[in-house]
Design a protein around this ligand. Structure first.
Ligand code: SDX
Length: 422
């Protein structure tokens, strides 16, 4: 590989370069400060790689997303979410016996400690489910002390998160909680825990289970996004997987990240209430003084299309048709997409629908309330967070993350006694 030559005044340093599996290129600046005294500055890390990873590959220009080398389109159409969890975490699609053992372990650990239910008594019904989920995941080690068995912790997190999500939902609507059943699949168990009531048993729907399976698979990982980088950052201090994932849930809650799916629905609702004011909202998004952004549009990496948005758009049409749901918000979303993709502001900035743009419409079709959308994103992203935490902790070269900074504050100042302060 060629080296990168950097000339600073009289000094020229050579830095090694690296090439990834898919020919991505990087300059290794690990020795830069020692050699030159300089650090680099890269607002938002748009040009900075934090690690080498074998988990997910994204090509933003070609709209490629692969988990451990498998195209998202193949996984979305042929795999189950529990299989994708296993693939992301253990780098292989489970063989039949592995798949059965994994299913049994996930089922066996689906219950949460009864004392944890007390927490839910004291969250106000208005508590945002993301805040509840982050708190409950952080509380798990209190009830499941460290047995130095990371595989068991992984099983517990994957198995119990869906139960915690369902309990949070039931508590927020004042309905009795529904316990998981060991003869139900991951999807059926979750939908049953969410929607069965003492009066109405859950009616199986392959359409709904398939739609949920797709939603969780396409959210399962996305390399070094904000929340996954947070999990790796927190995990680099050797904090537990529970503490690291809890921090990832908090990062995901932000409206620029996972919180966008809830914001998309609220935006579509606002447009509908104003009589399909699509043009008005496009104009607002372009107006720098307005501060409004078209939620569900744009992406740091995808600069042509988000393959996940394409899969979701197709699923929306199929699911809504099969359920005979005529959701006006889907029509508004399509109008908005069409208008934006013909507008030079969005085309020049390569702002296309991202994963959040259509996911909310599918969640609605599943009967999931808007304030639970980001929690559903977290449920899907759980295996990705865990896989990155494990990859980092399994790597003996990993060090605690400690970026540098450029200090631009006050120069040294003498202390001012109280009487002399203005
Ligand atoms: C996710 O990283 C991941 O992989 C994330 C994710 C994952 O799976 O983990 O894919 C999930 O978080 C998807 C993104 C969900 N967020 C939204 O939909 C919120 C709306 N989108 C934007 O806020 C924005 O596009 C981001 C946050 C997604 C990306 O931000 P960047 O890369 O920092 O881009 P930027 O803010 O520098 O914007 C570049 C230009 C700016 O205009 P100029 O200053 O050049 O004139 O594009 C404009 C921005 O104002 N712009 C938008 C816009 N997004 C960017 N203008 C209007 N509407 C938007 N949505």
């Amino acid at each position: 590989m060629q080296t990168a030559k950097l000339t600073l005044g009289e000094q020229t340093v050579e830095l090694p370069t690296l090439e990834g599996t898919e020919k991505e290129l990087a300059i290794d600046i690990s020795a830069l400060r020692a050699k030159t005294g300089y650090i680099t500055l890269d607002q938002g890390y748009a040009n900075t790689g934090s690690c080498k990873s074998e988990i997910t590959f994204i090509d933003g220009e070609r709209g490629i997303l692969r988990y451990r080398g498998y195209d998202i389109e193949d996984l979305a159409s042929q795999a189950t979410f529990p299989e994708v969890c296993y693939l992301l975490i253990y780098d292989k699609l489970p063989a039949p016996q592995e798949r059965e053992n994994w299913r049994k372990q996930l089922t066996q650990h689906s219950l949460v400690h009864e004392s944890m239910l007390n927490f839910f008594q004291h969250f106000p019904p208005t508590a945002h489910p993301m805040d509840v989920l982050s708190a409950m995941v952080a509380a798990l080690p209190a009830f499941y002390p460290d047995e130095n068995d990371i595989h068991l912790d992984i099983i517990r997190l994957i198995a119990k998160t869906k139960t915690l999500v369902a309990i949070a939902y039931k508590k927020s609507i004042g309905e009795p909680i529904v316990y998981p059943k060991s003869d139900y699949s991951y999807m059926a168990n979750f939908l049953r825990m969410m929607f069965a009531t003492p009066a109405e048993p859950y009616v199986f729907s392959k359409t709904l289970e398939d739609a949920l399976n797709l939603l969780l698979i396409i959210h399962a990982d996305h390399e070094q996004n904000c929340s996954t980088s947070t999990v790796r950052m927190v995990g680099s201090s050797h904090a537990s997987v529970y503490a690291s994932v809890s921090a990832g849930i908090s990062a995901l809650s932000g409206p620029l990240h996972g919180g966008a799916n809830q914001e998309v629905l609220e935006m579509l609702e606002a447009i509908r209430k104003e009589g399909s004011a699509t043009k008005k909202y496009i104009a607002k998004a372009k107006d720098k003084n307005d501060g409004f952004r078209l939620m569900g549009f744009g992406h740091r990496v995808y600069k042509n299309f988000d393959p996940r948005a394409k899969l979701l758009k197709k699923s929306c049409d199929a699911v809504l048709a099969e359920l005979k749901i005529d959701d006006p918000l889907l029509n508004i979303a399509k109008e908005l997409e069409e208008a934006a993709l013909q507008d030079s502001y969005f085309v020049e900035r390569k702002l296309f629908p991202n994963v959040d743009f259509y996911s909310g419409i599918l969640y609605r079709a599943l009967g999931i309330p808007t304030n639970m959308f980001t929690v559903m994103f977290a449920l899907g992203r759980m295996p990705g967070w865990i896989a990155h935490w494990k990859e980092m902790r399994d790597n003996p070269q990993e060090r605690i993350h400690r970026p540098r900074q450029l200090y631009v504050g006050s120069p040294q100042r003498p202390f001012l006694p109280l009487g002399e302060r203005k």
